[in-house]
Design a protein around this ligand. Structure first.
Ligand SMILES: Nc1nc2c(c(=O)[nH]1)N[C@H]1C(S)=C(S)[C@@H](COP(=O)(O)OP(=O)(O)OC[C@H]3O[C@@H](n4cnc5c(=O)[nH]c(N)nc54)[C@H](O)[C@@H]3O)O[C@H]1N2
Ligand SMILES: Nc1nc2c(c(=O)[nH]1)N[C@H]1C(S)=C(S)[C@@H](COP(=O)(O)OP(=O)(O)OC[C@H]3O[C@@H](n4cnc5c(=O)[nH]c(N)nc54)[C@H](O)[C@@H]3O)O[C@H]1N2
Ligand code: SF4
Ligand SMILES: [Mo]
Length: 688
């Protein structure tokens, strides 16, 4: 039988690799290399390689499901749409909240944003970027005027010193990890800062193993050492930055002497000295960071500190430098760009700006107006409002998110979601959240649709349809449009294709204005900002000036603060959480992939051998991990890759869900939860 090949973009991480889907008899049966993408040059990681395995899983949702007497029964689209439209119409505007999705296309997110603001007329729209890079979006916008990765993936290979902090690049952005190795092969030094010696750490020339939550202390210490030695880039600071004196007066405090920093972080003084010297003197140092920096109550502070260090050493706006915030989900950059956030329309046009509000109101022409130009609630705040202010939020429409595994303190999330009057979930699989829904809607996955997604380096790339959806499943944007039409908004949702949505979106979105499907349909695609049809796109930001009103970057004094919950006599260990290479978040896709599930069939807790010995715990033993929020049973993995006093649990596994333990403490500005630091104890299971 003949095989056909459909080029597409990976549905997993923000690296944005391309590959071919192999199609036989109208069904996707495998993946094959696509050599011409400059991002991954035909290579993929295991998730990309096996991304065909979940597509035709027998568990795919194939018809709408309506809950009757506590049980889901199959329904027709007509029944489901009628019920949803009738119910949705009964709520007042701000009683509804929407979770959009970093898993779906730009077109799907734009449709959901328009639905939230124009049909629900609610201010409350957000998505998982809140749990992820909310600190980056807020922090970098504040100091550079733009909240995105400054340089491109290819550019990392040109770096002379790669400083990786709080990113396990080799497991979580493996094809970016490959660029680090290219830089290393060309003579770059790699410095790795993490509580765990991960596969990324194993490739480093210098590994600073430190306590979770002490990032600002460490970064301020490096800055003090740089200034003491006169290694700062005076010309860059003078010409391109404001705030140097503020920054200097903070980091030169005795608190950040290398001796003090060593005590707080647990890193030897000599290693801190070497790091500062390599960093400042390389000529082109790139910072790569991800969740180890952002997921803290000090997330915005941590992000700004990374910016401070790069401004101090003049490592911005040139090849091989930059503040490279590695975005996580395949389209989290795009979902933010599309305005699936409570404070902005597309391209970060503020909802509180009357001109922006009017622009969208006029363009969309809703007969009865769009949501007031006021900020809405973040995902994490929605959950708190649901439990703390009964009756304020009553209805939720969730597309492609699974907060019942991914949000902090799951007991709290369960209370929150159960208090809703009406919940609609739209997904490709039944998940831990949709079991709580009143109606579940079957969506199409990446292999069944055309559309665009925007990778971490702001590169906008295409998805291409390779097979028909299973059963009655519909396109995400189509479902949103069907609901809108059933509620009386025919004209505003009359799109016939994803391309039509893109055209409408681009006309309202300055950084995408010069893009269209024809221009994107090339191996290298385009990086935003791309303001005109002639513009070649922008791989590196901040070349000559920053996006601030006076064009200057803002250095800020950041003082070190500990995390909300520190270990104590009762809960003596620091718990951090994260990922492994084989699995994706809440496991809906990777746990349905035979080859991936076989590698890691369940979760574990990493414990340092000295701690394990003191507790009498053996490698492979089932134990209890307990926090003030809850407890789980989980297998102990005794390993010297983790720092003494720290424990690590991957959050992918429902049977030992890390988020039963995590704390719902939020960064005051970004409202991101502190997923990377709370206090726990572990116990042997009696009789085991
Ligand atoms: N295989 C796989 N890849 C993924 C994902 C996945 O689920 N699976 N998810 C994607 C998504 S959405 C995201 S956001 C990215 C996340 O990518 P990463 O940020 O790389 O992922 P994490 O494992 O959450 O955390 C990174 C590292 O932070 C370290 N860390 C813990 N606490 C601290 C701290 O206080 N400070 C510092 N500096 N480091 C600390 C952890 O030990 C871990 O090695 O990955 C993306 N890629
Ligand atoms: N403890 C702890 N918790 C964390 C983190 C951590 O490091 N530690 N990391 C946080 C981070 S960075 C993130 S990004 C979040 C991720 O959290 P989530 O976004 O909740 O996790 P996913 O598993 O990616 O869930 C996405 C859902 O989308 C569905 N889906 C996939 N494709 C499609 C599609 O095309 N259409 C539709 N409609 N649905 C689709 C999937 O089946 C799945 O149910 O988790 C956060 N939670
Ligand atoms: S590195 Fe990311 S984008 Fe590339 S194949 Fe792996 S999961 Fe997909
Ligand atoms: Mo993420």
């Amino acid at each position: 039988m003949e095989l056909s090949y459909v080029q597409t973009t990976c549905p997993y991480c923000g690296t944005g690799c391309s590959f071919n889907l192999v199609v036989k008899d109208g069904k996707v049966v495998g993946t094959a290399p696509y050599q011409r993408s400059p991002v991954n040059e035909g290579k993929v990681c295991p998730k990309g390689l096996y991304s065909h395995e979940f597509i035709n899983s027998p568990d795919r949702l194939t018809t709408p499901l309506i809950k009757k007497d506590g049980k889901f029964v199959e329904a027709t689209w007509d029944e489901a749409l009628k019920l949803i439209a009738e119910k949705f119409k009964t709520f007042k505007p701000d009683e509804c909240a929407v979770l959009s999705s970093a898993r779906v296309s730009n077109e799907d997110n734009y449709a959901m944003m328009k639905f939230a603001r124009g049909v629900f007329k609610t201010r409350h729209i957000d998505h998982c970027a809140r749990l992820c890079h909310a600190s980056t979006v807020a922090g970098l916008a504040n100091i550079f005027g733009s909240g995105a990765m400054t340089n491109s993936i290819l550019d990392i290979a040109q770096s002379k010193c790669v400083f990786v902090i709080g990113s396990n690049t080799f497991e979580n952005h493996p094809l970016i990890g490959r660029k680090i190795m290219t830089a290393k092969a060309n003579g770059a030094k790699v410095i790795y800062v993490d509580p765990r010696k991960t596969p990324t750490g194993k490739q480093a020339d210098l590994f600073l193993q430190f306590y979770s939550g002490t990032d600002v202390c460490l970064l301020n210490g490096l800055m003090q050492e740089i200034i003491k030695n006169g290694w700062e880039n005076k010309e860059f600071i003078e010409k391109r930055c404001n705030g140097y004196e503020d920054l200097k007066s903070e980091v030169m405090k005795p608190d950040y002497s290398l001796e003090n920093v060593s005590t707080v972080t647990g890193v030897p003084v000599e290693d801190l000295k070497t790091a500062a010297e390599w960093y400042a003197k390389s000529g082109a140092t790139a910072i790569l960071y991800s969740m180890g920096i952002t997921q803290h109550t000090t997330g915005v502070d941590n992000v700004k500190s990374c910016g401070n260090l790069q401004m101090l050493t003049g490592n911005l706006g040139r090849p091989g430098t930059g503040v490279n915030a590695l975005r996580g989900q395949n389209n989290v950059q795009g979902a933010c760009d599309m305005g699936a956030l409570p404070v902005v329309y597309t391209a970060y046009q503020k909802v509180i700006d009357p001109a922006a509000h009017k622009k969208f109101e006029d363009a969309w022409g809703f007969p009865d107006g769009i949501a007031e130009g006021k900020n809405g609630y973040e995902v994490t705040v929605m959950m708190d409002v649901l439990t703390d202010k009964p009756g304020e939020l009553k209805c939720m429409y969730i597309m492609g998110e699974n907060p019942m595994i991914s949000d902090p303190d799951l007991t709290h999330v369960e209370h929150a979601l159960k208090s809703l009057d009406f919940l609609v979930c739209q997904d490709i699989f039944m998940n831990e959240t949709s079991v709580l829904a009143d109606v579940v809607l079957p969506a199409t996955c990446f292999a069944e649709k055309d559309g665009t997604q925007t990778s971490t380096e702001r590169r906008v790339q295409m998805w291409r349809k390779a097979q028909d959806p299973p059963g009655e499943a519909r396109l995400d944007w189509q479902i949103i449009a069907d609901i809108a039409k059933a509620m009386g908004y025919e004209k505003q949702f009359a799109w016939k294709s994803a391309e039509e949505i893109f055209t409408e979106m681009a006309s309202l979105t300055p950084s995408y204005a010069g893009m269209n499907y024809e221009r994107l349909n090339k191996p290298e695609a385009l990086h935003w900002p791309c303001p005109t049809k002639e513009h070649p796109g922008t791989p590196i930001l901040h070349g000559e000036k920053f996006g601030m009103p006076d064009g200057k970057g803002l250095m800020t004094a950041i003082s070190f603060k500990y995390q909300t919950e520190r270990p104590d006599a009762e809960y003596p260990f620091l718990l951090t959480t994260g990922r492994c290479i084989w699995h994706w978040h809440t496991g809906t896709m990777t746990r349905r992939s035979e080859n991936l599930e076989r590698e890691e069939p369940t979760g574990w807790v990493e414990i340092n051998p000295e701690d394990a010995k003191a507790l009498g715990i053996r490698n492979g033993e089932m134990i209890k991990a307990i926090s003030r929020r809850g407890e789980i049973q989980i297998t102990a993995r005794v390993t010297d890759t983790i720092k003494k006093g720290v424990m690590f649990i991957p959050f992918h596994f429902v049977e030992c869900a890390a988020n039963m333990l995590t704390i719902n403490a939020l960064d005051p500005i970004a409202k991101i939860p502190e997923s990377k630091a709370c206090a726990v104890k572990v116990e042997k299971i009696q009789g085991a």
